[in-house]
Design a protein around this ligand. Structure first.
Ligand code: NAP
Length: 897
């Protein structure tokens, strides 16, 4: 093992108290602290680990209650940094017990001789950044204080028990236990009247075993939770075979997965599966006895869409009813107040069946809240329970509690962390906090942490931190600090991610809702372990983006910026496309490009059902044009939207934007008629424009035949299709009709000018590229024609046009010409609304069911169409099915500027 660069040594501080001088101080000797110590030592940093407990183990040291086990399979819930360690230890069960996990951590501590640098029984009380010395001073309650260059909180996410906040807690004369601080000596519950308050993971694990001992067990439940059978036993042979077949590959797959456990990503969404198929998948997952499996393997929309999620919840409630014999108890145990997975689900052994025992009573606190704990028991609003023992399984001040337990943590300028976090935790990557140089958190708020296999996340964080410290030392830097801008960008990205999943829809410890008075907000990073790892790697590879580094003999380095400005799902799509190394469309020729688009579209979700889809033809200027009509499921007649697909006047057809048309038909409650206008290069300018106008006229004249409302139609389009829609409005005004009630322009082409900022900034890398746009323009329109308003509507007269809703996307070359058109319409007196979609690209809103963050924008588009048609606003929400309820609030899509 290399020598420490700075030997651990003691020195006399001016106060006379001994101060231990180290390079790095780590607080916490659990999974994170032990691995950090091992890595830091190997890297040559003098390190001390401090822990309040009297041995290693962290959460597994304290949580010794009956039934305590891990609920990630132990093949996955293990260190992976050393293959020799992996082969030196064999777990005895699929889910190891707390004593076995504690033995494992003791084994690891011994194997790497870690204990000699751990100060047990030592609590860190305060931490202060000394600006002059550029060191942290940690005040401890036992022995020397610590002076360190780097201070790492490896204090765990669920380690500060939450007070029970029930009146009279101190009055009870019987025995009191907390699951999170269970005594080390044996607790004998035999023959006693026991109460358990709380039905989270801890309560659900403890209740069946307590019921076996107690004379009577009364469970006080405030919120029922979803629990799945663990089916514990030997580690499943298929998982073991997978691991042993290719250990390195298995571990690597876990590192890049969404939850830190290697399961494949599902692509089929719930509405693509039959009832029988869904049930079959569910039964298989139920029998697997694995939380990550059931959370990820049923259907792709279970974690992101309330309707897809409700199907799972329903199937679990069925199971509860089948197990619990008393229907009233079964009903009380059935969760209805939160989506499955939005609150941490539990893994159980005989939990529901325990309520069939004659010595177990469930008290539903929603119907009879606890009034007080008395000297002899618990009194609810309806009755009193005499008790010998109360077990509090009431949970933790999660994510921030253990960090804030060191108080104050005083950073630069004397600022305490408690004031910086008064409105909720602010971090960069969940690893660091602006204003707190050289302070790191392992699995802190803002990182995947509790939404992942903790061991995978711990190793990733510890590796990232130690790698940075090593690189800093080599470069001569002594301080590292996140910038405010990077941190604010991360908060924005966190907020964007949290609109993707359903976690925000439940009051849980994930959001701080379990602690009265705590700031609310989804604290863990919901974007997934693999994407998060990629982001951390990118921060490093882009010159430590968002960090300021200083050192005594080197110039300051600050590469400021935000690491993710794209919406999280857009980023994933772009990364996936980049990995596919697709050809440049413009290199394929028109026929090749069309074949490519057809092939590409074949792989996307087809779109949700609508009332009816009808194909037909309508007379164009020069022969028939195909159209496809999407009719809502509601009773007609409906207003009609004439829709023009995207594709640069060259690609696509009346079916190519099918998912978008279906979605908008459902949301708006209107008929969409998608027109198959003719394309370049076979039919150059102004064919597409004239076809668009002719089609609109014909649809308006035949509205009743099509099942539409007579009167004005609406027009809509995307990209070049939005160009045609805009042009159609101008032609309709100038040629005496048809009347048009409103125009929805999604990423419109409005002007043949290529020097606007967005054409430069977004020239490549965001799907629609500048070279592709050049190619489209060249195929459609000669340079001489490009100022004609029938292709550059921005150059036309804009007065007297129908009201418009103009959507532009931040990372789209066409953004600024769309904004310019909206502004010009406004100046011309046309009522216009703009949606400037932050973090989105040209294809964001038409990638329905792929780019989930596009939902809120489409909901607003549908609202606008309904407004133009004079329909009530709320109907759109009712008809649009569940996704509307999944939509983020309108302000989530804010102006790009
Ligand atoms: P928890 O999930 O927060 O559950 C606490 C329970 O106590 C909830 O049912 C809560 O009801 C109830 N409660 C809290 N205050 C109450 C009050 N004043 N009156 C009545 N009821 C009250 O805590 P936990 O069970 O300790 O689990 C926390 C997390 O630790 C888990 O979600 C899991 O991530 C982890 N954990 C893991 C394992 C494992 O690996 N196997 C085991 C245990 C824990 P409400 O829901 O209404 O607030």
């Amino acid at each position: 093992m290399p020598e420490a660069t700075v030997a651990t040594r003691a020195s006399e501080a001016t106060s006379g108290r001994t101060v231990q001088q180290v390079d790095v101080a780590v607080v916490g000797a659990g999974f994170a602290g032990l691995y950090l110590l091992h890595r830091l030592r190997k890297a040559g940093f003098a390190t001390v680990v401090l822990d309040e407990a009297n041995d290693v183990g962290g959460t597994w040291y304290w949580n010794r209650y009956p039934g305590a086990r891990c609920d990630i399979q132990t093949v996955d819930y293990s260190y992976t940094f050393d293959p020799e360690l992996e082969s030196a230890w064999t777990w005895s069960e699929k889910y190891a017990t707390q004593p076995e996990i504690l033995r494992y951590l003791g084994f690891v501590a011994d194997r790497y001789d870690l204990r000699r640098d751990i100060r047990f029984g030592t609590r860190v009380k305060e931490a202060t950044w000394d600006e002059a010395a550029e060191r942290w001073l940690l005040a401890t309650d036992n022995g020397a204080n610590v002076s360190c260059r780097f201070y790492i909180m490896a204090t765990g996410c669920l380690s500060a028990p939450k007070p029970p906040e029930i009146a009279g807690v101190g009055d009870f004369r019987g025995e009191v236990y907390f699951t999170g601080r269970w005594p080390h000596q044996e607790v004998n519950l035999v023959g006693k009247r026991v109460a358990v308050i709380g039905t989270g993971s801890s309560g659900i694990q403890a209740i069946p075993l307590i019921a076996e001992q107690a004379a009577h067990l009364t469970v006080f439940q405030r919120t029922p939770n979803f629990a799945l059978p663990a089916h514990n036993g030997p580690a499943p042979s298929d998982r073991v075979a997978m691991l042993e077949g290719n250990r390195a590959g298995y571990r690597e797959q876990a590192r890049w997965s969404l939850a830190g456990v290697p399961w494949p990503q599902q692509t089929a969404v719930s509405w693509q599966l039959s009832d029988a198929e869904r049930r079959e998948r569910f039964e298989k997952a139920w029998a697997t006895g694995d939380l990550v499996c059931i959370l990820t393997q049923l259907w792709a929309d279970q974690g992101v869409d309330v309707d897809g999620n409700a199907l799972v919840a329903q199937l679990i409630r069925e199971k509860i009813r089948a197990i619990v014999t008393d229907p009233e108890t079964a009903a009380a145990l059935s969760p209805y107040d939160h989506p499955f997975g939005a609150k941490r689900p539990c893994l159980d052994t005989n939990y529901y069946a325990t309520y069939n025992r004659p010595n177990v009573t469930l008290v539903n606190l929603r119907q009879e809240p606890i009034k007080a704990i008395t000297a002899f028991g618990i009194t609810t609003s309806k009755r009193s329970f005499d008790l010998d023992v109360i077990v509090f399984a009431t949970g933790f001040d999660a994510m921030t509690g253990a960090i804030m337990a060191v108080h104050p943590i005083t950073g630069r300028g004397g600022k305490p962390l408690s004031s910086v976090w008064a409105e909720g935790p602010q971090t960069y990557l969940g690893l660091t906090v602006a204003g707190f140089p050289n302070l790191f958190m392992i699995t802190g708020p803002g990182s995947p942490s509790v939404l992942s296999n903790m061991i995978v996340s711990i190793e990733q964080h510890a590796d990232w931190v130690v790698d940075r410290l090593t690189a800093m030392r080599e470069a001569g830097f002594t301080t590292i600090e996140a910038t405010e801008r990077a941190q604010a960008g991360w908060a924005q990205h966190m907020a964007d991610c949290s609109t993707l999943t359903l976690h925000r829809l439940a009051n849980t410890w994930y959001t701080g809702a379990n602690v009265p008075g705590k700031a609310q907000g989804v604290m863990p990073y919901t974007g997934g372990v693999g994407p998060y790892r990629a982001i951390c790697n990118e921060v490093a590879s882009r010159g430590l983006l968002g960090f300021k580094l200083t050192g005594p003999n080197v110039p300051e380095q600050c590469n400021d910026g935000e690491i993710v400005r794209l919406q999280p799902d857009v980023r994933l799509v772009l990364n996936m496309l980049a990995d596919m190394k697709l050809p440049e469309i413009e290199s394929l020729g028109a026929a090749g490009a069309r074949a490519f688009v057809t092939m590409f579209n074949a792989g996307r979700p087809a779109g949700r059902p609508v009332g009816e889809v009808v194909d037909g033809t309508l007379p164009g200027t020069d022969g028939p044009l195909r159209y496809r009509l999407y009719r809502p499921a509601t009773a007609g007649p409906h207003p009609i939207v004439v829709y023009f697909h995207g594709g640069g006047w060259v690609l696509g057809d009346e079916q190519s934007d099918e998912p978008f048309c279906r979605d908008m038909c459902r949301r708006s409650g209107m008929i969409f008629v998608s027109v198959g206008y003719r394309h370049a290069p076979e039919h150059r300018f102004p064919t597409a424009a004239e076809d668009g106008y002719a089609a609109t006229r014909w649809v308006a004249e035949h509205a009743a035949e099509l099942g539409g409302t007579p009167g004005p139609v609406l027009v809509a389009g995307w990209s070049a299709g939005a160009n045609i829609a805009a042009v159609t409005c101008q032609l309709a005004r100038d040629r005496g009709g048809p009347p048009i009630a409103g125009q929805l322009l999604l990423c419109p082409v409005t002007d043949a000018t290529f020097d606007r900022r967005s054409y430069i900034d977004n020239a490549t890398g965001y799907f629609l590229t500048r070279p592709l746009m050049y190619w489209f323009w060249d195929l459609y329109c000669s340079p001489a024609d490009r100022t004609d308003p029938r292709v550059s509507p921005l150059r036309g007269k804009l007065e007297g046009l129908p009201p418009a809703f103009v959507v532009t996307c931040e990372f789209d070359p066409l953004r600024d010409e769309g904004v310019a058109y909206a502004e010009a319409l406004r100046v011309a007196g046309v009522p216009v609304e703009q949606l400037k979609a932050r973090g989105h690209i040209h294809t964001s809103f038409t990638m329905v069911d792929v780019v989930i963050t596009g939902v809120a924008g489409r909901a607003r588009m549908a609202d606008a169409l309904r407004r133009f048609a004079g329909l009530p606003q709320d109907m759109g929400k009712r008809e649009g099915a569940g996704s509307d309820r999944n939509a983020s609030p309108p302000e989530a899509i804010a102006a790009a500027e």
